[in-house]
Ligand binder design. Structure first.
Ligand code: ADP
Ligand code: GLC
Length: 485
């Protein structure tokens, strides 16, 4: 049987992106089509989304969606079916999806994403004529209230629809003070620990985890880690209580977007069999970042500059990296202090360290296509996509052993090197010493050209497409709606 699934996400590649959630929400529909699952993506109507949507049909309207007027627009992005919530009072503003241009979270985020979730629950429950869904898949805290509305405040006409929630990052929970509860349009009985209450406030992610029929997260290792206090961030008890409903399904990568043989952003395209062609990309990066031209290893970073990503520790290891012959080309933005530390390191090491603060999709591809190794010293990493792009591009990942990084990179230890299966370098818990050692190991291996080339080609040949994970989501959906066919 063909299934119809409503995927509810606050970002999607091609429309609006701040991180990996967008890559996943953008790629899942294609991955699931092969499983006989038709996905419609539901997304807020930020100005950028409305602009990309162009002419779209209004298929539903709300006079008071949690107190605000809204329309539902239907459109397409390539082959993808989209539903967009056009609610100007909530989404028609300049800035990011969650914060203003200065990086301050919008004060009414609770209202914006509760209304988004309320609308999703209405749509999934069948409120829009001619559009029925068999299942709703909510992503992260921004869609966390969808299962809560479906279970605790369904429309009178609503059909029961199973719900899945995917945790892309337990660190972002959408936690708001108790005062917002009366404005959420939920019955008083929802204010309990079995409902949306969480540590005396309202927890959007918690509500989703509590009320969804299945909880997934984006790697098997992270699914285990979030059972602990360190990674569960207050919700470990809920994960343990519902552990028979928790699944770890690894993210894949979109091979059409991320393929070095066809990538239009690269100066030179290449394959595992034609690695020499990468040199032109490396030269182009040296030029673009004002780096010395030499044959030593060129490390790259493409990242949010945050504590999660261990970028504060990396900033402290840069003198060592340069001291042993490395160079760094960095693209990222985030915490002001970390940005400043990288800028200062670039000033100390002209020609050796180049820094681009900001967000640049094309440059992120060029870095993977020309860098020798990508540094990802995350303190925690639910899945991580940049190591997967690195593997696909022959840009060897140097990562911490956590979450999806642990699941996707094979450390170049003596045993793995001996049998020729290594794909990168892993370090234990992020510290100055561990990261400095990992960088030294990378430089040593880089200088053993045969071994390095083997790392590159092993990674490039590994399959991180969506095929297996798309099948896993498809099987989970069918199990939840009781359809084995
Ligand atoms: P997270 O979602 O935690 O930030 P992921 O590794 O899952 O981490 O996904 C990050 C995504 O955002 C990748 O597609 C990466 O290439 C992209 N990205 C991160 N920082 C930048 C940047 N400054 N410019 C362009 N792309 C970026
Ligand atoms: C989050 C996580 C990242 C993951 C991404 C997509 O942003 O931090 O590890 O890859 O979501 O699932």
């Amino acid at each position: 049987m063909r299934l119809k699934v409503l995927s509810v996400a606050s970002e999607a590649a091609g429309l609006v992106k701040t991180g990996g959630l967008a890559d996943v929400a953008g790629a899942l529909p294609g991955a699931l089509a092969a499983q006989g699952v038709e996905v419609t993506t539901f997304i807020p109507g930020y100005p950028a989304v409305l602009a990309k949507l162009g002419k779209a049909k209004a298929v539903h309207k709300w006079d008071a969606l949690l107190g605000t007027r809204a329309r539902l627009l239907a459109g397409k992005l390539g082959a993808q079916s989209l539903l967009v919530l056009d609610a100007p009072a909530l989404f028609a503003r300049e800035g990011g999806p969650y914060a203003d241009a200065a990086g301050r979270d919008w004060e009414d985020n609770w209202h914006r994403f509760a209304a988004f979730a309320r609308a999703a629950a209405d749509i999934a429950g069948g409120a829009v004529k001619g559009r029925a869904f068999d299942l709703v898949h909510a992503h992260d805290w921004q869609a966390g209230m969808v299962p809560a509305y479906l279970k605790l405040a369904p429309l009178a006409s609503s059909r029961p629809v199973p719900g899945v929630i995917t945790i892309h990052n337990m660190a972002f929970q959408g936690y708001y003070p108790a005062e917002v509860f009366p404005q959420l349009g939920l019955p008083a009985s929802a204010w309990t620990v079995d409902g949306v209450e969480s540590y005396g406030g309202v927890g959007f992610l918690k509500a989703g985890m509590q009320l969804a029929d299945a909880i997934t997260t984006v790697s098997p290792t992270y699914a285990g880690e979030i059972r602990s206090v360190e990674f569960g961030m207050g919700l470990e008890g809920l994960i343990l209580a519902r552990s028979n409903r928790v699944h770890g399904i690894l993210n894949g990568i979109d091979n059409a977007e991320w393929n070095p043989a066809t990538d239009p952003h690269l100066a030179a395209n290449y394959t595992a069999g034609k690695l020499a062609a990468r040199a032109a990309n490396k030269r182009a990066l040296e030029h673009e970042f004002g780096l010395d031209r030499d044959d030593g290893p060129l490390f790259i970073v493409v990242s949010r500059l945050t504590w999660q990503k261990g970028m504060d520790v990396l900033a402290e290891v840069l003198d060592h990296l340069v001291g042993i012959g490395g160079r760094l080309a960095m693209l990222g933005s985030g915490d002001g202090e970390i940005e400043a530390a990288f800028v200062a390191a670039a000033a100390r090491h002209p020609g050796r360290i180049g820094v681009r603060l900001g967000y640049d999709e094309g440059l992120s591809h060029r870095l993977q296509g020309g860098g020798d190794a990508i540094l990802i010293p995350s303190r925690f990493e639910p899945c991580g996509l940049t190591q997967l792009y690195g593997l696909a591009y022959g840009c060897v990942p140097v990562v911490s052993r956590t979450g999806g990084l642990a699941d996707t990179v094979i450390d170049a230890n003596p045993a793995a090197l001996a049998v020729g299966v290594a794909t990168g370098i892993q370090m234990n818990a992020v510290s100055h010493g561990a990261l400095a050692m990992a960088v030294s190991r990378a430089v040593d291996l880089y200088n053993r050209r045969g071994a390095w080339k083997r790392l590159q080609t092993n990674g490039m040949k590994a399959d991180f497409s969506w095929a297996a994970s798309g099948a896993a989501y498809g099987a989970l959906y069918r199990q939840l709606i009781g359809d084995q066919g």
